[in-house]
Design a protein around this ligand. Structure first.
Ligand code: SF4
Ligand code: SF4
Length: 441
């Protein structure tokens, strides 16, 4: 079984919702769409209060390279374009639409027919992915088309597809592979055309044997797609670790996967790519696992963007002993500070973490046990980075590789002294990054 060699941990998997088929969450009465639902610059609204919109209509455009178009997930009337608090409580520009009926743009193929034959050319595929506002749905929300704007001197050998879903609890990738595996593979074919790569490799963790067998069976029709079983180990789905596991190649520090002839996409993103390329359907929904040990109900939902988080919470019920609600997985996700906010692209989970689990232990002195060093998949010394970041010694932070930290949290997970390693390393990384940018100006 394939895996990466350095570091990694095995947290309790808790894939509690893995048997729950994807359900469509009802269309809300109103949606609020943030213009920042992706990594990069905000998109620019092109609608105003009073405008009528249809499902799939462009409502905010990408004006810079690293940005993504935004489309209405509903039909109705725009009521305002104003700043609204997001999940963290910060106010961000958003478009609010009152829902009327469910009328789709005529250009979108809304049938359930699976369209296998790809007729678009390489530049047309990239343009369609861009036009449809597709972003990476594995957590980072990086605009997908940017990865396929490949410099002429670079060659792509492998499209790497992340079906690892290594974060505990989250099961939407698993369900997409089981329920829409064929569409995902057509999406992968589109990426092979877009990149000119001769081969795609899909990695699936061993804890999803049904998804592995299903995709392997489907992939037998495609000689250029190979499916591999990966050891269940966190962070198996991290870009560099996945490339290492599936190709043996190592992405040099500070470089992108293209440097070693690879482009990485998440499996649910390939489904969004299928819908964009073959159905002309923009990204207007997110797939979200509702889970947690005390969860009143376990779900994998397809939810229209801009749906109120509190509306979903009142549908599924908040368990009494909930200490925090986390979006994006317990390892790399963030606790939601403001539940009166709205679903955005790539919001892969709402997890109820009970009070006892969400409480942190009392922070003690480092006992030099080295557990954090053994766990780090990037070969860093987290205890040292913590100390250097605490002392605000960013020159030393840089020397000791803080910018290579992928913020996976593996170091903090097993620390017997409960030291908030990742929190402090994140601060140090931000400050060190600022120092480097200022120096290079
Ligand atoms: S795991 Fe915690 S106690 Fe052990 S060396 Fe790292 S910081 Fe220190
Ligand atoms: S959060 Fe950073 S320092 Fe900690 S284990 Fe992950 S990569 Fe290493």
């Amino acid at each position: 079984m394939k895996t990466f060699k350095i570091g990694g941990i095995h947290p309790e998997e808790n894939k509690l919702a893995k048997e729950e088929a994807i359900e469509v969450f009802p269309i809300p009465k109103q949606v609020t769409l943030f213009v920042t639902q992706h990594l990069g610059a905000p998109s620019t609204p092109i609608v105003q209060a009073g405008d009528k919109v249809k499902v799939g209509q462009l409502v905010a455009t990408a004006q810079t390279l690293v940005c993504a178009n935004l489309h209405s997930p509903v039909s109705g009337t725009v009521v305002k374009v104003d700043p609204v608090p997001d999940m963290t409580g910060y106010r961000k520009l958003a478009i609010t639409i009152d829902v009327e009926d469910d009328i789709w743009e005529e250009t979108i193929d809304t049938t359930s027919e699976i369209r296998k034959e790809i007729t678009l050319t390489k530049p047309e595929i990239i343009e369609r992915i861009k036009a449809c506002g597709v972003v990476g749905l594995g957590g980072a929300c990086f605009p997908t088309h940017v990865k396929y704007m490949i410099p002429p001197e670079k060659k792509v050998d492998y499209i790497i597809i992340n079906g690892a879903e290594c974060e505990p609890y989250i099961t939407t990738d698993h369900r997409i592979m089981l329920e829409n595996g064929e569409e995902c593979l057509i999406g992968v074919q589109a990426l092979l055309i877009a990149s000119g790569a001769p081969e795609a490799r899909i990695g699936i963790e061993a804890n999803k044997p049904d998804a592995f067998e299903h995709l392997q069976r489907l992939a037998s029709q495609y000689p250029n797609i190979k499916v591999f079983k990966l050891k269940t180990k966190y962070p198996q789905g991290a870009e560099k670790q996945l490339i290492k596991s599936l190709t043996g190649r190592e992405v040099p520090n500070g470089k992108l996967p293209i440097e070693v002839g690879c482009i990485v996409n998440n499996i649910t993103t390939t489904y969004a790519i299928y819908e964009a390329v073959q159905k002309n359907k923009p990204l207007i929904e997110t797939y979200t696992t509702i889970s947690g040990k005390g969860a009143k109900t376990l779900k994998n939902y397809k939810i229209r963007l801009g749906t109120s988080i509190s509306e979903v919470l009142s549908t599924v019920g908040i368990p009494e002993n909930t200490g925090k609600i986390v979006s994006g997985g317990p390892m790399m996700g963030k606790a939601i500070a403001n539940i009166n906010s709205y679903f955005v692209k790539g919001m892969s989970s709402l997890l109820f973490i009970d009070e006892s689990e969400s409480k942190r232990g009392v922070v003690e002195e480092c006992i030099r046990c080295g557990k954090c060093v053994t766990a780090c998949p990037m070969g860093l010394e987290p205890y040292l980075l913590y100390a250097l970041a605490t002392r605000a010694d960013y020159e030393e932070c840089e020397k000791h590789g803080i910018m290579n930290c992928i913020e996976c949290g593996s170091c903090q997970y097993g620390c017997p002294a409960f030291r908030p390693l990742l929190d402090m390393i994140r601060v140090g990384k931000n400050k060190t990054g600022y120092m480097i940018r200022t120096r290079n100006k």
